[in-house]
Design a protein around this ligand. Structure first.
Ligand SMILES: [Zn+2]
Length: 118
């Protein structure tokens, strides 16, 4: 991982506030590393500017607390909600992500953030 830390991918304000354990199991850990290797690092490299991770891994309890769908790829560490903090830059990021491996790529809330899964 060149541009992202493991903490960024598992940290959650909601989990912290509600005392929810958000520690990924080994499979999810491996999936998170794969997500960074295949998608997040290459996207960050091409974009040339920082990307913030709003939500990466979610335990079942956390996913329920944030209203995530039941079969969400966040549960297995295969998805991240990311943003540059700027809709125009997110548009560039979305295009870049479209050319990288993914199984889900969703423009969320008018481009406030992007959901990507691999
Ligand atoms: Zn998402």
């Amino acid at each position: 991982m060149k541009y992202f830390t493991f903490d960024e991918l598992t940290a959650s304000y909601t989990a912290q506030q509600l005392g929810i354990d958000n520690t990924p199991d080994e499979t999810a850990v491996n999936n998170l590393y794969r997500l960074v290797r295949l998608v997040l690092d290459p996207a960050r490299q091409r974009l040339g500017m920082p990307i913030r991770v709003n939500s990466g891994y979610r335990s079942v309890a956390l996913n329920r607390a944030v209203g995530g769908v039941r079969n969400s790829f966040h549960l297995s560490g295969r998805a991240a909600d990311i943003t540059t903090g700027n809709v125009e830059q997110n548009r560039r990021l979305f295009e870049i992500l479209g050319s990288l491996p993914h199984c889900e790529l969703i423009w969320e809330r008018g481009g406030t953030w992007i959901h990507v899964a691999v």
